[in-house]
Design a binder for this molecule. Structure first.
Ligand code: KIV
Length: 389
């Protein structure tokens, strides 16, 4: 039996919290439509109380995008809850996502409220949100640094007030995977009522742990993960959509979970978000980086040419990659890579001409980072025998 992990995409909300990113209403609708086509379960479209433009953009997504639940963020403040409910009024499946500081450091130095006050406010605001919509998510912010008994109390109060999803955020990207697993197991034990709700994880990437933390949460019982395409988001970013979805695609059978996401939309979605956010995807980014399926060393080229799985754990077709596995010819390439490119270009080299061509190739590769097809063609033409086609 495999459990479904709900994929909650927050590219349009937490992703937009990346410094320098602004999604227009058009951007939000276009990205949300793409996410819906890929069968993402929940789309967090924005934070309506932030501005009128933000509220209009969330409204547009709520009216136009069908399939996933459309979610709006709100602080535990009445005007935020009302703004979220209003912006979601055109949605077929609206969700309000409420949050309040839960760690002592944030309660004291940001919210400036006591634990008892936070409990009271959260209860009142979850109740208010539930009067507006049937689906309410509650996040005790900075949960991984919060006092455990208080966190459990806050979660209990939110559930009693009607929260349907409890999201546990690692707000400052502080936790290690073992901490996250331990916290999720602890919460499930301390708050048995959680069995009737969905338990979720939201992680920032300050220590580069976000994807590992999300998977640790899933292994410990989380059945929703909050993700951003290309891992964009506040500071060092959010848990990467493509990394977690593909990790579940590759290891789901072992973990006993699956998602409903059509993974073949991942590569085009990544490029769309790259274009609209203006944040370039690093070439070595897992899954969607430009080098993710490009093999440069001779040993790897030889292996992948014999059998792709020798050096790839993801089939590039699975993420809708337009090119797929590539051999990149350069200083570290070997005979296998070079001869395979010669063949692909229609040159059948053997014996002495092949040896000479390899020598010429290596001499050029010592000076040039990446050899083009024209370079290979020129080498073949001056050293090789007849073309194969
Ligand atoms: O990082 C965070 O804690 C958040 C919450 C609102 C879930 O973004």
């Amino acid at each position: 039996m495999s459990d479904q992990v709900i994929v909650f995409d927050t590219t349009l909300r937490d992703g937009e919290q990346s410094a320098g990113v602004l999604f227009t209403e058009r951007d939000k609708v276009d990205i949300a439509e793409r996410l819906a086509a890929m069968r993402v379960d929940v789309i967090e479209a924005g934070f309506p109380a932030a501005s009128q433009a933000e509220s209009r953009a969330v409204s547009a997504v709520a009216r136009q995008v069908r399939g996933p639940s459309i979610c709006a963020l709100a602080r535990c403040v009445a005007r935020d809850v009302d703004a979220a409910a209003l912006a979601l009024s055109g949605a077929a499946r609206p969700r309000i996502h409420l949050f309040i500081n839960a760690s002592d450091v944030q309660l004291e130095h940001q919210l400036r409220r006591s634990r008892a006050e936070a409990l009271e406010i959260a209860t009142a605001m979850v109740t208010r949100a539930r009067e507006a919509v049937g689906d309410v998510e509650f996040s005790p912010m900075d949960a991984t640094r919060a006092d455990r008994p208080f966190l459990a109390e806050l979660v209990r109060a939110a559930l009693a007030a009607g929260a349907t999803t409890i999201n546990v955020p690692d707000t400052v990207g502080y936790a290690l995977p073992q901490d996250v697993g331990d916290l999720f197991r602890h919460l499930r034990q301390a708050v048995p009522e959680l069995e009737r709700a969905v338990l979720s994880f939201h992680g920032q990437n300050d220590l580069g742990m976000a994807s590992a933390n999300a998977l640790a949460a899933v292994a410990a019982g989380a059945r929703q993960v909050e993700l951003c395409v290309n891992g964009i988001g506040e500071r060092a970013g959010n848990t990467s959509f493509e990394e977690v979805v593909m990790a579940i695609d590759v290891h789901g059978a072992r973990l006993g979970v699956h998602t409903n996401v059509d993974t073949t939309g991942i590569y085009p979605l990544s490029r769309l978000v790259e274009e609209r956010s203006g944040i370039q995807v690093p070439s070595n980014k897992a899954v969607v980086g430009r080098n993710a399926f490009r093999h440069a060393s001779g040993i790897h080229q030889d292996g992948v040419l014999k059998h792709r799985q020798n050096f790839e754990c993801i089939d590039p077709a699975r993420i809708g990659h337009p090119v797929g596995t590539q051999i990149v010819l350069g200083k570290l390439s070997g005979t296998a890579g070079f001869t395979s490119r010669c063949k692909a270009l229609g040159f059948d080299l053997r014996g002495a001409p092949l040896a000479k061509a390899i020598e010429a190739f290596q001499a050029l590769a010592d000076r040039k980072r990446e050899l083009s097809d024209d370079d290979v063609r020129a080498i073949c033409q001056s050293h090789a025998g007849p073309r194969t086609s």
